[in-house]
Design a protein around this ligand. Structure first.
Ligand SMILES: CC(C)(COP(=O)(O)OP(=O)(O)OC[C@H]1O[C@@H](n2cnc3c(N)ncnc32)[C@H](O)[C@@H]1OP(=O)(O)O)[C@@H](O)C(=O)NCCC(=O)NCCS
Length: 171
């Protein structure tokens, strides 16, 4: 049985439980983790703008069956309560977690929100006793993940018309 088989939701949280904030940035952005339906809806709000509208990823590729099982990390604007950034974590078994769908709304980029999201992913993955993390990085964003000690490996491949490379790091 993997962590994904837990009965409450994929990460053992009750659907109705409020998720504790992980950290807040300069009092304006709250980072929180959850696996609730509302978290999926908020994550999709950001991903629809960033991946579907901005990067032209087809909706049928962007929305997949993994969202129901993923842990969603959200960056939320504290005043408006609107989501501005997101990432998701999937349990791939054998202590490996896969990070994906990392996105920050364009007008919020360049002020450390992506970095804070990823730090929250690292913290949460450690707490869940994962041993290593993998992700498929858009080639243009590899330096963002290198800053976080991920290392690129293997060949460039195409996903949704965008060149990607596998990256990984130990926890
Ligand atoms: C990639 C993304 C999530 C970064 O979010 P962000 O909030 O702008 O990132 P931060 O402000 O926390 O930047 C953290 C560091 O990464 C660097 N960085 C951010 N985006 C980068 C990029 N596209 N290429 C290279 N470096 C980048 C920053 O310069 C910063 O470095 P510094 O600490 O040395 O100054 C955001 O640009 C985004 O949503 N892009 C579109 C979606 C996307 O491509 N997602 C990745 C899919 S694999």
């Amino acid at each position: 049985m993997t962590r994904m088989d837990a009965s409450k939701n994929a990460w053992g949280q009750q659907e109705t439980t409020e998720t504790a904030p992980l950290e807040s940035m300069a009092g304006t952005i709250l980072i929180r983790a959850g696996g609730r339906r509302v978290d999926i809806a908020n994550a999709l709000k950001v991903r629809d703008v960033v991946f579907i509208q901005e990067q032209n990823v087809p909706v049928e590729l962007e929305h997949d069956e993994h969202d129901a099982d993923a842990l969603h990390i959200l960056a939320v604007e504290t005043k408006t309560k609107e989501p501005v950034g997101t990432a998701r974590v999937l349990d791939k078994g054998n202590g490996v977690a896969k990070i994906g769908r990392v996105a920050v709304l364009k007008e919020y980029r360049g002020r450390g929100i992506g970095q804070a999201l990823m730090q929250a992913v690292l913290k949460t993955a450690r707490e869940l006793h994962f041993k290593s993390l993998i992700l498929d990085a858009q080639v243009s964003v590899i330096p963002f993940y290198e800053n976080l000690e991920f290392v690129a490996e293997g060949d460039v491949f195409d996903d949704a018309g965008i060149p990607h490379r596998r990256m990984s790091r130990a926890l």
